[in-house]
Design a protein around this ligand. Structure first.
Ligand code: ATP
Ligand code: MG
Length: 402
């Protein structure tokens, strides 16, 4: 007997009723898309979990792909048998032998939700344990801290036996949490912010501001490559590229250098808000962090935030840089983010931006931009939208998340 099923368990099971049905169907849909390259595999619904029939596909590769899906708490490899004691014993031994490695101790944990099965839980533990002990050398039972736990679940649709469980990505299935627009620079923080926002079930679209010819094609390429990487978690993703050159030049001309960064960020936020309205998004996500640089002080956040009433999701706001870097390495965006090309902010930023910009001053300076509304409209009207989809080749390289 071989592993023939993957069992997917959900996280955050407190959800009830209609929400829970919605949650589960979103997750099943995502799992189906994720496993589409595995042509023989079949995703089936089961009462409180999702089952995947492996049908000869590479199960370890499938598990690694499933570890990119939010809303999954744990993933197990399982042998599915009929509700028949001798089949269960054979299956348990096969699963144990496959998973054993160098293990010296084990325990059996049986559960029986199908009460018509004649063997009780305690007896099943004993039967299965005894069978494994008789057939295996150099192994003992340890009920407290076993190296391997053999789970045996007798259900209405058969018995599932598993010894290998892998952690899922956690979070909530994408789609249950509404939509947000992610402000994606080419830096380290914003892709991590995007990942963490999606982790809470939020569907993303992203906006990137670029300023040709002051910023190169390569800077834009960076944003596009980051989006491609994020599709592993988000599926299809749209990136709206805003041509920001004209606005930046006007800011440079009319705004005192110490406030140019603040005004630039306020303009970005206004445009992002407009995009959010058009795209039916209810929030904005960004990679802002409370730190030492001028654009990242609480004063600065306060003054920039003034121009929108939309909630701003800042998943990395309180993290240390090293924590953010750690996540970016795990999700595969770090190497792209550290490519050296300048983004539009770095180029126009003055040597000494104000670290404590004020709302009243920002408003005053902005009055010098007479045609602000037109500029925003033009920027929104000339947006270029690029669609990214996850590569469907199952042999693609991927980073191991855990
Ligand atoms: P990141 O690493 O994400 O670039 P950062 O530490 O460099 O962040 P800032 O440059 O102050 O911080 O940017 C703060 C946030 O503003 C970014 O995380 C991003 O969400 C947004 N942002 C900055 N530049 C751009 C841009 N060119 N296009 C879209 N969003 C941007
Ligand atoms: Mg940056």
């Amino acid at each position: 007997m071989q592993y023939n099923h993957i069992v997917i368990r959900f996280g955050e099971l407190s959800l009830k009723g209609k929400n829970r049905r919605h949650f589960e169907s979103q997750l099943r849909e995502t799992v189906r898309k994720k496993l589409a390259p595995f042509k023989q595999a079949v995703v089936v619904k089961s009462y409180d979990r999702i089952l995947v029939e492996i049908n000869g596909e590479d199960h370890m590769l499938m598990i690694q792909k499933l570890q990119e899906v939010f809303g999954i708490h744990a993933i197990s490899l399982a042998i599915h048998t009929e509700n028949d004691l001798s089949a269960i014993l054979e299956g348990a031994l096969a699963a144990f032998t496959e998973a054993r490695g160098t293990a010296k101790t084990f325990k059996v944990a049986a559960k029986r939700s199908n009460k018509s099965f004649p063997v009780g839980t305690m007896e099943l533990n004993r039967e299965v344990g005894g069978h494994i002990l008789r057939a295996t050398e150099d192994i003992t039972v340890d009920v407290h801290k076993p190296d391997v736990e053999v789970k045996v679940e007798v259900k209405d649709n058969g018995t599932f036996i598993s010894c290998s469980t892998f952690p899922g990505a956690g979070g909530l299935p994408i789609g249950v949490g509404g939509k947000a627009i992610l402000m994606l620079s080419g830096g380290i923080d914003s892709p991590v912010a995007g990942y963490l926002t999606m982790k809470r079930g939020v569907r993303l679209e992203a906006v990137h501001f670029h300023s040709p010819p002051f910023t190169s094609e390569r800077a834009r390429q960076k944003a596009e490559d980051l989006m491609q990487e994020l599709t592993r978690f988000g599926g299809k993703l749209k990136l709206h590229i805003v041509s920001f050159t004209k606005i930046q030049q006007i800011i440079k001309e009319k705004i005192p250098a110490s406030y140019s960064m603040t005004i630039m960020r306020r303009m970005m936020l206004r445009i992002t808000e407009r995009i959010a309205e058009e795209r039916n998004a209810m929030a904005i996500a960004n990679g802002e962090n409370l730190g030492q640089v001028a654009s990242q002080t609480m004063y600065s956040m306060n003054t920039i935030n003034e121009v929108t009433n939309l909630p701003i999701i800042r998943p990395v706001v309180t993290m240390d840089k090293l924590e953010i870097i750690d996540i970016s390495q795990k999700i595969g965006t770090y190497d792209i983010s550290i490519r050296p090309y300048e983004d539009c902010c770095t180029i126009f930023v003055p040597a000494a931006p104000k670290t404590k910009p004020r709302r009243d001053k920002a408003q005053l300076f902005e009055q010098k931009i007479e045609n602000m509304e037109e500029l925003i409209e033009e920027a929104v009207a000339t947006i270029e939208t690029v669609l990214f989809e996850e590569a469907t080749n199952k042999d693609d390289e991927f980073t191991n998340l855990f």
